[in-house]
Write a protein that binds this ligand. Structure first.
Ligand SMILES: Nc1ncnc2c1ncn2[C@@H]1O[C@H](COP(=O)(O)OP(=O)(O)OP(=O)(O)O)[C@@H](O)[C@H]1O
Ligand SMILES: [Mg+2]
Length: 215
């Protein structure tokens, strides 16, 4: 018998235990995707026949899925012999399966194909719509099933902190900017910021500026 040992950062440790919901949020590059990617591969290796689905809100191609990350994890953990890679799915030990889906394309009927799946991992969950979550939650109901979500939540928390401080000290508005970052731009729009054209732009030529009035 061989034993698979994967070191885990302390902050993620409590997510190793079984739970119906597991969520992580944090800033860019904080290890969220790698943690769940590893946990998924490790779980499929340890529990034969695990059925898992990796979810995005929108997934037009597999390049927009977690497939590549999971394949890299299988390789770096040295587990290539037990997993079979296909163009659109990964077969895991004991007739298990990892598939990749965009929920935007699902209907109340088509989502039923996911019943029986034990793990659903939503990465980039800050983009998940309320509709998609409402479809997914009652569908993932196999015994011991788990819903994992990882999202980029730091920015919105920071926004709220800065806004509260701005209000307290009497600012009229807050202006911020994004460059080549659609997720971040969406965060600003959803938080009530609107596109702003400053008289003297201070960043790159294609930077977008966002403003929110505080009063
Ligand atoms: N367990 C790990 N093993 C190896 N590398 C890791 C691990 N965790 C994080 N890293 C390194 O840190 C980088 C960022 O990690 P990751 O992509 O998981 O961040 P993230 O929190 O998902 O970021 P984003 O919000 O941008 O999606 C990775 O590209 C990788 O180089
Ligand atoms: Mg990530």
């Amino acid at each position: 018998m061989s034993i698979l040992k994967i070191p885990t950062a302390k902050i993620f440790e409590r997510l190793l235990k079984p739970a119906r919901y597991k969520g992580v949020y944090g800033g860019r590059g904080s290890g969220k995707s790698h943690f769940f990617g590893e946990l998924l591969v490790e779980t499929c290796q340890a529990e034969r026949g695990t059925l898992a689905v990796c979810i995005r809100e929108a997934q037009r191609t597999l390049a927009q899925s977690s497939k590549r990350l999971i394949e890299d994890k299988i390789a770096s953990l040295g587990l290539g012999h037990g997993f079979k890679l296909f163009s659109d799915k990964i077969e895991t030990p004991g007739d298990g399966l990892i598939i990749f889906r965009g929920l935007q394309d699902h209907t109340a009927d088509s989502i039923k194909s996911l019943e029986g799946f034990r793990i659903a991992w939503i990465d980039e969950a800050q983009n998940l719509s309320a509709r998609s979550l409402a479809l997914l939650r009652p569908t993932i109901r196999a015994r011991g099933s788990e819903l994992w979500a990882s999202w980029n939540g730091l920015q919105r928390r920071l926004m709220r902190v800065v806004e509260a401080r701005g209000r307290r000290i009497g600012w009229d508005s807050i202006v911020s900017d994004t460059t080549d970052n659609a997720v971040s731009a969406n965060n600003f729009i959803q938080a009530g910021y609107r596109l702003f054209e400053p008289e003297t732009p201070w960043a790159w030529a294609h930077t977008l500026y966002w403003r929110k009035w505080l009063h």
